[in-house]
Design a protein. Sequence first.
Length: 125
Amino acid sequence: MRIAMLALAGAFTLVATAALADDPMAVTYGNTVTTKDAKTGAVGTLLFNADGTYTGNGTGADGKAITYPGKWAVKDSGATLCLTPAIPNGPGETCSPLAVHPVGEHWTVTNTAGQSFDVVVTAGR
């Protein structure tokens, strides 16, 4: 199944602060990561959990809303965030560089699949 927003799973840079150095993902727990594909304009969200799981929401190839689970991992001594969506025929693991961005700031990131996304983290879910 081709899913338009599937690529968002590895498409963003993580928001972190120096205070969260022990867990750079902590700022995402309880907040919403919104991504917009720079090429197609497709929008999706990611909701991260402290247990290494997340829920992705986007639009399928058929134009219908989809929700899917996934797993995340920080690699390369904290330099990389890798996401693996649990979707049949999905892309598998995609990774993005980690960088510090405050909640509310917009930025662009390119994942290991070569897809670029505009990203923002907003407070709350």
